[in-house]
Write a protein that binds this ligand. Sequence first.
Ligand SMILES: [Zn+2]
Length: 257
Amino acid sequence: MRSGALAIFWFRASIRLFNSMLDSNSETLRRVLKADLHLASFNSSCWSAQVSNVFNRLQGSAIVKQKMLRANQVPMQGFICNFRFRYLKVRREANYSCPRAVNKKAVTYHKWCGSSESSPRSSPFSIPSYLYKDLDKHVLRNFSRFRLLAHHLRVESCKWHGGSSICDKCECGEVQDEKHVLFFCKCAEVCELRMRYKCFLKECLTLRVFAPSSSEFIPFLTCHHSITDFEINAFLNQDSYRLLKSVSDLVSIFDTG
Ligand SMILES: [Zn+2]
């Protein structure tokens, strides 16, 4: 549920695939599907088990789940509405939470990385526009990883690696999270990256404090500056190749440890 919109697309595509496989004119495909459905009763890692488990989170879905496991068509529309309702509920709850205070992926995603009602990506159910761009696969993958919190920043890696979440690349003593590495980290590599993108950063309204008109560009914000959740979200929702590339390069810096 980290990215509810993508979860909806995944679920809808999975059910469409399931229904079309049932109707397939390929006897072999229908047999493979039925064998997978049989496997689902004792192996939770098979495809049918994973798709059917999504129904466990949806209200009133037990009967439909049984239908699916008995190789019957799944009526889709009711469950997509249910899914959307759940997704909006998560968004509403996230609206009243602070990412750094609760350290929950859903909150961080919705506050900082996800598309908001006022962002250019507008609808929470639309696919982000950068996914339609003809981008280098490495850039696309890294930017998506950053948005979905599937990066190696310490705020996440300490959960599966152990150790501290405090940034080990600078002396700030802050948690090494998305906000820190985007704006506050004083690590030489990150500062060098911001210098390379300083024209872009100067243009960003949210980063006007990086380069006050009367002084030289300083490639980090000091602890006296504050960046709101809204500003972080607006920054990450810009329709800009330079944003995608700079965030991708940022992810690569922290991938190397
Ligand atoms: Zn740092």
